[in-house]
Structure formats: C-alpha cells, structure tokens
Write a protein that binds this ligand. Structure first.
Ligand SMILES: [Zn+2]
Length: 113
C-alpha cells in the first residue's frame, strides 16, 4: 500500500501551484471521498463538479485520471492533489511530522463559501 501512496505523493509535488492551492482547499474542506483504497488502485470522488479521480500503478509508474476537463487532458489537477492529500492523511505514519514537506508550500487560502 505504501508504494502507490509514495508514487502519488511524488507526483503531487510536481503539480502546479494553482492545482496545489485548490486541491489543498478541497482536502481541508472534506470534499474528498475515497471510494477504493487498495494497493493497485485508489479511486475517489471529489465534491467539486462531481470529479472522479483514479490512481493506478502500471509497470511501476503512476497513472492517474480525473473526469474534469483538466484531468482529461492529462493534468495532475486540483482533484488529484486533493485525493493525494487524503491518501497521505490515510497512510500517515505515526512517526511523521504534522506537516510533510510535500504540502508545506501549500498556502492557506481563505475563500468565502
Ligand atoms: Zn480534476
């Protein structure tokens, strides 16, 4: 299980800042619902236009898909980021610090909701 989580986290570090910001917001808002959480595959629904995210490991490589327009174009979109953060929380080791480096750069953005 650790492996896909690590691959997801590594990919999330390369996501662009806008996706990181938005994804962080969605994760904090509890918009991510992990549907399937197993070693070969992680799927989630994100309450943001009903986006469906899927992560799979194919030949040691992470493959992701999201149903939103950006995701369909292959981007590691905000929904992927939000799912990545939820996966990390789910797999968080007891010995790891509160804020791992992967998300330390995510700025806190307050938006009126
Ligand atoms: Zn998306």
């Amino acid at each position: 299980m650790q492996k896909i989580a690590d691959l997801i986290e590594a990919e999330a570090e390369r996501a662009d800042q806008a996706a990181l910001d938005r994804g962080g917001e969605l994760a904090r808002a509890g918009a991510v619902q992990l549907v399937r959480f197993g070693p070969p595959r992680v799927t989630a629904e994100v309450d943001d236009g009903a986006a469906c995210v899927e992560f799979r490991v194919v030949d040691e490589t992470l493959v992701w898909h999201c149903s939103c327009p950006a995701g369909r174009n292959g981007a590691f979109c905000a929904h992927c980021v939000a799912t990545a953060q939820s996966v990390r929380i789910r797999t968080d080791r007891k010995d790891s610090p509160e804020v791992p480096s992967a998300t330390a750069s995510v700025r806190t953005v307050r938006m009126a909701s």
